[in-house]
Design a protein around this ligand. Sequence first.
Ligand SMILES: *Cc1c(COP(=O)(O)O)cnc(C)c1O
Length: 228
Amino acid sequence: MRDNIKNNLHQIQQAIQQAEKQFHRLSNSVQLLAVSKAHSSAFIREAWQCGQKAFGENYVQEAVIKIEALHDLPIEWHFIGPIQKNKTRKIAEYFSWVHSIDNVIIAQRLNDQCPPHLPPLNVCIQVNISHESTKSGVLLQDVSALMENIRVMPRLRLRGLMVIPEPSLDFDQQRKAFHAIKNLLDQINQIHGLFLDTLSMGMSDDYIAAIAEGATIIRLGTAIFGSR
Ligand SMILES: *Cc1c(COP(=O)(O)O)cnc(C)c1O
């Protein structure tokens, strides 16, 4: 057992609890997703033995190898990376969550390819708030339309929004970006009469700010496993 994974998880869980208190969040309202890209299945197994139940992966080929190696553990697998069209079948077969939906064609393929013996796939729309054409994600003004399309897909269960803001070391700046996404989710729920419950936001360097602004899933890699 590598002490540092165990210690890191313990420290992060304490930081989450403290932030929940400090920012008036309900206790246990923030779920920790362990981002295991570039780390071995042995590390994932160690983290599991320390009580970590949900893991996030970015690359389909890499993920499938690890998922098969760890099939004896009932891990909840989340896909959080960019999605190529020819990888949707594997994603629908191997994962129970997809955080990075940013167009209707990918959503339709995931819906059509979600195996009938599995529950519907939990999905989030990835929002692009930095307006860089290179970044994945849907622009704010296009989120509502994509959401309307996904809502009627029977094999997808729309859960909320995901964002990767521009990195910033300034806490208030970090909060601003997350605040915009929280507002967007509130607006969408109000306008469409929905109860979307998921805000997937916050990574190793900005997760406290994300918790302050309402994150329900934080995605941490480096803080748990060390540098990649
Ligand atoms: C790699 C990655 C993370 C984790 O980043 P860290 O800075 O290592 O915590 C979270 N979310 C996404 C989408 C990622 O690709």
